[in-house]
Design a binder for this molecule. Structure first.
Ligand SMILES: O=C(O)c1ccc[n+]([C@@H]2O[C@H](COP(=O)([O-])O)[C@@H](O)[C@H]2O)c1
Ligand SMILES: Cc1cc2nc[nH]c2cc1C
Length: 801
């Protein structure tokens, strides 16, 4: 058996999480082709050096005689060529040599749970994946890649230095796993075609070209080969027309023309609605056609009031701009139709209780919508109204409910024009929502099922080389001395490479996801704060009373809190995603913090959150965290992934005294000794040492990178999760920007390891996403320079001789 065979066999053993149904075929291509309309272009390998790496920032060194990482003693040499002062001077108060023992008798010890088996369950290296994926992958920005032809560089490196001209060496601390991906990032790919944008009208050919293709093994549809059985079958043209109507249905916000809809046309449309399926053929709907301008004005006033209330609660959101258009459409369109439901119609029809009558009425709405499309009519569903108020305004009998209030009419543009949104929301691709046999086993019919994690890893690609070059060229021609924007120039160039276009889109709107979890290691006395503060702070976030809320409001970001592991039950609230994987982790000093299944579950939860936020419009993802005691697992993860000694990367977290600090260092050391992490198995490392929020943040980073959306990292917790993400997919770092430098020493170490330079350094150590939020305007300003700043040529400004 060759090494490759062994790797292959191990790869095949990789299983999906049990909750998702256990074993899944590994390394299978995601059916993502053509599904990410509106996303920036395909990635291509970057060239060059650690552009974000400031040599002074990267310099870290263990002090002479400092204890070595028990897990990876060879890593001791990692910092030897770096500058000696930094760790020491930044943390003079920490006596790294003096460590206290564990608190005795503070918690009853339970038997350590067995460590998850790490043998044979690693995520395969990308080259292996690329090899295996090739036949199944529908290309999506850099799945499989050709062999490298240029020397290794960090792939998130855009190829320039901040000091303009000198070429730095790659950071000393880039671990081999990171470098492996770096190498791939330099490989040259043929540029893939720019994916079509969902926000603009698309030709039939484009839509057709976009459609996922069946793999060669996919059985052909019987209708492809078999002659029509009877005249009742659809021929190809008819089929195409039906699919076209479905595909081109749009929720029209604006542009209605005042000319009336002819009676015969409207009747046909209503007839189609009336043919909708209904439970027990109850036909529980009625259609109130409203031509009376006064009545429509009344409904418009109601909608306007709702909109004002919504806007107060959601300033600066996408819906803000859209809702205004819809309100105006109520009066602008020649006809409104209220689709109502009578829940009592049909008597005691079987199935009525399990399937409310409103389901049937919603199907009638869809029929109406499709028929309208074929008649060349636009339809807009006014959802921002209180349906009970509309029922009152329309003087409906009290047993009727309003299911939909629709604006109907001819529109200025063809209804194929996508006015469904402002071009920012992305529909969820089909591949995201199709599961096979068991929830979580993903794959379109005819494709081999895969896991969300595999699908995500495969989708992560390198920076787009052409966009990087274009951005670099423009930065050099902009009306400023070259290099005068310092680090921001490289930020802008990397944003362009990530987006696949220069200038890149401004990374807004932004969304911060605060992942919350509790930690078994709290029992070791590593933090002065009681564990219940995690849940209390989550409630504070949801009440809008925390620092994250204040900073998010300041920079116009949305806050989402994700409970992945809080011990307490948290009542459902707007803004809270209840995704509890477990009630806290186990004590990592005594055994694995999580099972592999829990780690995978949390990882995939993070990916899902990234997908949800991006598909609902976010164009920049910010990491946030909340978890009393979580700086301890953060330090342990950083030790594992960077090879640093616990005494150098363990910090004082929320603020611990010397005795607690010493204990914390020993807890980290013990965690690393109990079961030395296998660095070939980053998920195993996460399970062994991490927290549920760490695993979810890792998934969140991977998810953002797969969607080519910038991920702005917060402090040390995010940094440790990013180290895990880099170990799983080194290319994911191309999407990551370090928002700030936390005072936790481990944060420095991990940023150094990842080759990321923090945008701000305000001696903060709060977490919650606070540092990332403060850095957001810098990221946005960097992108804006490429878009807004004139060049010497266009502005008529002389260049230096
Ligand atoms: O983000 C950071 O760098 C950071 C540094 C120190 C503390 N924190 C926050 O403080 C909490 C963990 O601190 P500790 O001392 O309980 O481990 C947790 O909720 C983190 O969000 C966060
Ligand atoms: C009050 C408090 C707020 C926090 N926010 C993030 N971590 C935190 C820890 C504490 C203790």
């Amino acid at each position: 058996m060759t090494d490759h065979d062994r790797e292959d066999a191990r790869h095949r053993e990789y299983e999906g999480p049990k909750w998702m149904g256990g074993r899944t075929a590994p390394g299978l291509g995601p059916a993502l082709g053509g599904l990410f309309e509106g996303l920036p272009g395909t990635g291509q390998g970057p060239r060059g050096r650690d552009a974000m790496g400031d040599p002074s920032h990267r310099a870290l060194q263990e002090p002479q005689g400092a204890p070595m990482n028990p897990v990876r003693p060879e890593r001791h040499t990692m910092y030897e060529e770096s500058r000696p002062e930094q760790h020491v001077s930044r943390r003079p108060e920490h006596d790294h040599g003096e460590t206290a023992g564990h608190p005795s008798g503070t918690t009853p010890r339970t038997e350590p749970a067995p460590r998850p088996s790490m043998e044979g369950r690693r995520v395969p290296a990308a080259e292996e994946r690329a090899e295996e994926l090739r036949p199944n992958v529908i290309p999506f920005r850099g799945g499989a890649q050709p062999p490298r032809s240029t020397p290794p560089r960090p792939q998130w490196d855009t190829g320039a230095s901040t000091d303009h001209g000198q070429v730095d060496e790659p950071p000393m601390s880039v671990r081999p796993t990171v470098r492996d991906g770096v190498e791939r990032a330099h490989e040259t790919l043929d540029p893939l075609p720019e994916p079509p944008h969902q926000g603009s009208p698309r030709s039939d050919e484009a839509v057709e070209a976009d459609r996922p293709r069946p793999s060669p093994e996919t059985p052909r549809s019987p209708s492809d080969d078999v002659p029509r059985a009877s005249e009742r079958d659809f021929d190809e043209t008819e089929r195409a027309a039906v699919y076209r109507a479905i595909r081109e249905r749009r929720d029209v916000h604006a542009g209605f023309r005042p000319d009336p809809v002819p009676a015969d046309v409207l009747t046909r449309v209503l007839e189609a609605a009336h043919q909708a399926p209904g439970v027990g053929h109850t036909q529980p709907w009625d259609f109130l056609v409203i031509d009376d301008p006064e009545l429509r004005a009344r409904v418009r006033d109601l909608a306007e009031r709702e909109r004002a209330t919504y806007d107060d609660a959601h300033p600066d959101t996408r819906a803000h701009a859209l809702s205004g258009l819809k309100v105006e459409a109520i009066a602008q369109s020649p006809t409104n139709i209220a689709v109502t439901v009578d829940p009592t119609r049909g008597g005691r029809t079987p199935g009525r209780h399990s399937k409310p009558a409103s389901y049937s009425a919603a199907l009638a709405v869809e029929n109406l919508w499709l028929a309208a499309r074929t008649e060349g009519l636009g339809v807009g569903w006014v959802s921002l109204v209180d349906e009970r108020e509309v029922a009152d305004a329309l003087d409906l009998p009290s047993h009727l409910e309003v299911v939909a209030y629709l604006c109907v009419g001819y529109v200025e543009e063809s209804p194929t024009t996508d006015t469904e949104d402002d071009g920012r929301t992305r529909g969820r691709p089909l591949a995201w929502v199709v599961h096979r046999d068991r929830y979580g086993r993903r794959g379109l019919p005819g494709q081999e099922p895969t896991t969300l994690l595999e699908e995500t890893i495969t989708a992560i690609g390198a920076l787009d080389h052409r966009a990087v070059e274009e951005a670099r060229d423009r930065q050099a021609r902009m009306t400023k001395p070259p290099g005068s924007l310092g680090v921001l120039e490289e930020v802008s160039i990397r944003l362009a490479g990530l987006a696949g276009q220069s200038p890149p889109p401004i990374p807004e709107p932004a969304a911060v996801a605060v992942f919350a979890g509790d930690h078994g290691v709290h029992a070791q006395g590593v933090t002065p704060w009681p564990q219940e503060v995690t849940a209390q702070m989550v409630r504070n976030f949801l009440d809008g009373g925390a620092v994250v809320n204040a900073f998010a409001a300041q920079v116009g970001a949305e806050v989402t809190v994700v409970d992945v592991g809080v011990i307490e039950d948290l009542a459902p609230r707007p803004g809270l995603l209840s995704r509890k994987v477990a009630r806290g982790t186990a004590d990592l000093a005594r055994g694995p913090a999580m099972s592999r299944e829990q780690a995978l579950h949390a990882l995939e939860t993070g990916i899902e959150v990234a997908r949800d936020l991006v598909s609902s419009g976010a164009r920049c993802l910010l990491t946030g965290d909340m978890g009393i005691a979580n700086t301890t697992p953060s330090a342990a993860l950083i030790c594992a992934f960077t090879g640093a000694d616990p005494a150098l990367v363990t910090g004082r977290g929320t603020g611990v005294d010397d005795a607690t600090y010493g204990r914390k260092v020993e807890v980290v050391r013990q965690a690393l000794t109990v079961d030395p992490p296998d660095l070939d198995d980053p998920i195993g490392v996460l399970a062994s040492l991490g927290g549920l929020e760490h695993a979810a943040l890792t998934g969140f980073i991977l998810g953002g990178a797969a969607l080519r959306v910038p991920v702005l990292l917060d402090g040390v917790i995010a940094g440790s999760a990013a180290a895990a993400a880099a170990a799983i997919s080194p290319e994911s770092m191309a999407a990551c920007f370090a928002g700030h430098r936390s005072t936790e020493p481990g944060h420095d170490a991990v940023l150094e390891h990842l080759g990321l330079r923090p945008l701000i350094d305000l001696e903060m150590r709060l977490g919650e996403g606070s540092g990332a939020l403060l850095a957001l305007p810098l990221l946005q300003a960097a992108a804006r320079t490429l878009r807004d700043v004139a060049t010497f040529d266009t502005a008529g400004v002389s260049t230096a001789p």
